[in-house]
Ligand binder design. Sequence first.
Ligand code: AVJ
Length: 343
Amino acid sequence: MLQESDGTAAQRASREMAWPTPVARGGYRVLSRIADGSEELLRLKDGLLASKARIDSKYFYDATGCALFNAICTQPEYYLTRTEARIFSRYRAEILWHLPMGAQWVDLGCGDGLKSQPWISAMGARRYLAVDIAPEAIDNALRQMVALFPAMECAGVVCDFSQSLSIYDILGEQPESAPVMFYPGSSLGNFTPPHAFALLKTFRKNLAPHGCLLIGVDLVKDARVLEAAYDDAQGITAAFNRNVLGVVNRLLDADFDPKKFQHDARFDPRAARIEMRLISTVDQRVRIGAESRRFDKGESIHTEYSHKYTVEGFGRLLLKAGFARHRVWTDPAGWFGVFLASA
Ligand code: AVJ
């Protein structure tokens, strides 16, 4: 006789024990590990009132900013996304060969989670962990993952991992399943070298002893190619840059007029980085909450660094951060590097 699907109370209990999280039933849990926001806002305001005004590039990504960034990724000048995607699809099988089976896939700065999907289906991940500063992004990524891979456990962690990342306890819930951290798109480039180094060390600590990091890194190349990538002909990057002022207006109750600032992107070969700024086109005074400051015509607000590495330089950084060994895959022109590093 066939067993009733809901079984006895004991059978129900044992099924529940086998599934300690609600995830297996098509839901997911989202943990919040975000610091108190008020300190962050003070820092943002301090940056704007400083003699050399600055805005942290993490503020680009409100809903409009995310949409503009997605549009940037399809611009002909912005080779990064497309080049990385080509490396991924060309070498997927080879990279997979070096990844642990049944891993916990940790999507750092998951966004919509789309870049992770082909990896997850190819490797049969046991668990998907979406990590992002934006709870909406996490919900969006998780909803799609749960629908696509109903047998996989899915969870989210809301955190600003540029400040702190501690998911060792969460990863430890499945000690037999090695973690793979996925950090594509050259996002690490936003951080200054000391900060990037600190971040890599933190990743490694969370990954130890068996995990690995799959990371995409943009490489140093001709300044004209780089500057065009950050100043596309359609003006999408310019709109993306100016949009951060709208974000600031909302967060700090400020009255920046984005039209009075001009987009600027320069490659600094000595620091090996693109520097993006917004340059005031007029003499103006801007209110920032209860305070205000003036911007002279030509005075600028720093909004982003995008550091570029060499294959050798990034390899050395991984070693210095404590990774035991790594492999690298690049496109034929050597414009972009995909590194797989073992903790
Ligand atoms: C998402 C940080 C990798 O630096 O290339 C794109 C952001 N800024 N165009 C980058 C960005 C301007 C992008 N990252």
